[in-house]
Design a protein around this ligand. Structure first.
Ligand code: PRX
Length: 658
């Protein structure tokens, strides 16, 4: 165990010594082919970030007008602390994702390979996507929508969702994508906070063969959204819908006669590109603001670095555009890089549990990016679904959204990657705009459960409770020491909250809100959210380490660890466990306690183990430990539950109480 004596540091109980270097064959062709190359690049950027980004910014983005100042950053204490990148320049995100490739002679390349849930498909080249986007942008203009106006988007994963995002960006309207599973209430809150003038939706969406009535939900939301004047409706499912003349327009009618010529609006580098609402643990959702130039560059560059993208790759990110992953790694990053992207509309288990593997096989996907929650579900569903398909096209596998437990990592590596594909475990946040820490697949050997090293331009510092920097293997608060182009520029309408959440606790550094440790090899291990730390007999323990120990037991599918008040220890360790196939029993409960004790030590041994069929998750698949903490303490779950995916989970968890 690491030196735990340091005040305020978090104990490390996990031991993970497996190391997986990239194959010589992979490295030989990689953009960044060795550790030495990575280190040289990282050091170059750290030594002079402004010089590096000035060069890359000029070379890799298209500029209507060049920028005059690379970074404006009033260190240390402007209030609120907002970086400005590429000041004085004018560019356009949509231009960079479309026109630039056409100008460079790559217009016939396929941009989107779309697969609808019922099996319908579309192939859309960059030239065709450009036409669709221009028509839609002109349609927006015909409604009087202008630069700076906010537009909500509430759609299924169809090409028109990407077209709507790029159409807004083209004319300088600020999009706010709202995940298609949110309620009318959540939509209205977001419309009102953003002051949206329009909303783009579809009649309905397909989900596991059923029809989700999106327009009906929007109708409900618009009763409470006084700023929204226009509603554009795509006919995806042919559902009957209510119609409000003068407010509602069919997408196809509006675009039919619109011109396919719509020059991209030259936008200031720092002009808002989009707002994306993300839930805080308390209080209302935060509208995270990203701007034009820095975000576009960061999403493009990080995509190229992390996925080692090259011509001929077929890339598939399974995230919905309702989340930041869908913004940065479905839309802006890959399209700015000129990639060919698979877009899939539906659920991973429809019509059967092999749908993802079928898609990889069908399109010869080479780069695949998904979330640990999906990987754990695949493990639970069993290997037979995987074995039916040829996955030999795969080259790089990615993971995002939560820590990936080492045993889930090993399954992904063996079963999906055929022990041949590097796994890029990417740590980042809605706020960071793009990936911050990740293996570079040709350069950095991986360790299961570690996001390995910071990308060039990212300078992490781990800080303990008293404000000092932690040493090797000491867990503390993860902060970032220098601005990077993709960082958030604020919380919409709430500069005080922005300052307080991200900049007040550790002055001058961006506070990520996660705990982490850096091991003696310089590898980073995310230890969970700061608010989720357990304090057992004066030892501060991370959730993910206890959970990973549980998941390494063959009977366990998923686990969530939380603290509950305990008279003697301060907090006791309470865990909630879902099982693969084994029936719950007292014997298994004892066995799991012993297993954790053996794997990571007596300190972390769970006091309570509850078996459950499902864990409460956000709609983006993250375990909601906050609710479990209340349940473990025998309290009503309080606070914001609007992002909870399935409300019935709470009731059933309470019934399961011992
Ligand atoms: O706690 C970290 C976790 O997800 C948080 C960010 O969530 P969100 O803004 O929804 O963005 C998700 C997609 C980037 C982080 O603060 N997280 C994300 N990726 C990882 C992770 N935790 C551990 N390892 C990761 N790779």
């Amino acid at each position: 165990m690491a030196d735990a004596a340091r005040l305020g540091a978090i104990d490390t109980v996990m031991h993970e010594d497996r190391l997986f270097p990239p194959s010589a064959e992979f490295s030989a062709k990689a953009r960044i082919p060795s550790l030495a190359d990575y280190e040289a690049l990282w050091n170059e950027v750290a030594a002079d970030p402004v010089a590096f980004w000035e060069k890359v910014g000029r070379e890799e983005l298209h500029w209507f007008e060049p920028f005059t100042e690379t970074l404006r950053w009033d260190e240390p204490q402007s209030q609120p602390q907002v970086a400005e990148w590429f000041v004085g320049g004018k560019t356009n995100a949509s231009y960079n994702c479309l026109d630039k490739h056409i100008a460079e002679g790559n217009g016939d390349r396929i941009a989107l390979l779309w697969e609808g849930e019922p099996g319908d498909t579309r192939r859309i080249s960059y030239v065709q996507l450009h036409k669709h986007v221009c028509k839609f942008a002109n349609a927006l203009k015909s409604l009087g929508i202008q630069k700076g106006d906010r537009v909500s988007i509430y759609m299924p994963m169809v090409p028109e969702l990407v077209i709507a995002m790029l159409g807004c960006a083209r004319i300088g309207a600020v999009h706010s994508v709202i995940f298609g599973g949110f309620s009318a209430e959540a939509i209205a809150d977001r419309n009102n906070d953003a002051g949206a003038v329009a909303i783009i939706t579809a009649d309905a969406a397909w989900r596991r063969g059923k029809v989700l009535p999106l327009k009906q939900t929007v109708d409900e939301a618009l009763k409470k959204s006084p700023t929204v004047k226009h509603c554009i409706v795509l006919d995806r499912v042919n559902e009957a819908v209510h119609w409000t003349p003068g407010r509602d327009y069919w997408w196809r009618e509006l675009t039919r006669n619109a011109s396919d010529d719509c020059p991209a609006e030259p936008m200031d580098s720092e002009a808002p590109l989009f707002i994306l609402y993300t839930s805080g643990s308390t209080g209302k959702p935060k509208g995270i603001l990203h701007t034009t130039a820095g975000y576009t560059l960061w999403s493009k560059k990080t995509f190229e670095w992390v996925f080692d993208h090259r011509e001929g790759d077929v890339y598939w990110c399974t995230a919905d555009c309702g989340w930041i992953t869908g913004h940065s790694y479905v839309t802006y990053g890959p399209l700015a890089a000129g990639a060919t992207c698979v877009l899939y509309e539906g659920a991973p288990d429809y019509p059967d549990k092999d749908r993802f593997w079928e898609i990889i096989d069908k399109y010869n996907v080479t780069l695949f990016y998904t979330a640990p929650t999906a990987i754990r579900a695949f493990i639970k569903w069993g290997d037979d679904y995987v074995d039916k398909h040829d996955l030999s096209s795969l080259r790089v596998l990615g993971s995002v959204g939560e820590g990936i437990n080492p045993e889930a990592w090993m399954w992904y590596h063996r079963k999906i990657g055929g022990e041949r594909c590097p796994i890029v475990d990417t740590w980042w946040q809605t706020e960071t705009g793009g990936i911050m820490m990740s293996p570079l697949p040709g350069a950095i050997a991986t360790k299961p459960g570690s996001c390995t090293k910071p990308l060039p331009g990212v300078i992490p510092k781990i800080i303990d409770e008293v404000g000092d920097e932690c040493g090797p293997d000491q867990g503390g608060m993860l902060t970032i020491a220098h601005p990077w182009p993709g960082m958030l520029r604020g919380i919409w309408n709430d500069p005080e909250r922005y300052q307080e959440v991200y900049w007040s606790k550790v002055p001058g550094k961006y506070l990520a809100g996660d705990n982490a440790r850096c091991d003696k090899d310089g590898y980073y291990w995310i230890m969970g959210r700061i608010d989720d730390v357990l304090n057992v007999s004066g030892h501060r323990l991370s959730t993910i380490e206890i959970e990973s120990a549980l998941v390494s037991h063959p009977a366990v599918a998923e686990a969530a660890a939380v603290g509950r008040p305990h008279e003697l220890k301060g907090e006791a360790v309470a865990v909630f466990v879902t099982l693969k196939n084994a029936p719950p029993s007292d014997e298994l409960r004892d066995e799991l306690k012993k297993h954790v004790r053996k794997e990571i030590g007596a300190l972390a041994q769970p006091d309570d183990i509850r078996f459950t069929n499902t864990l409460p998750k956000t709609r983006s698949g993250k375990i909601m430990r906050r609710l479990l903490r209340d349940i473990a303490a025998g309290k009503e779950a309080v606070g914001d539950t609007s992002t909870l995916e399935d409300y019935s989970v709470l009731a059933s968890l309470r019934q399961d109480e011992e």
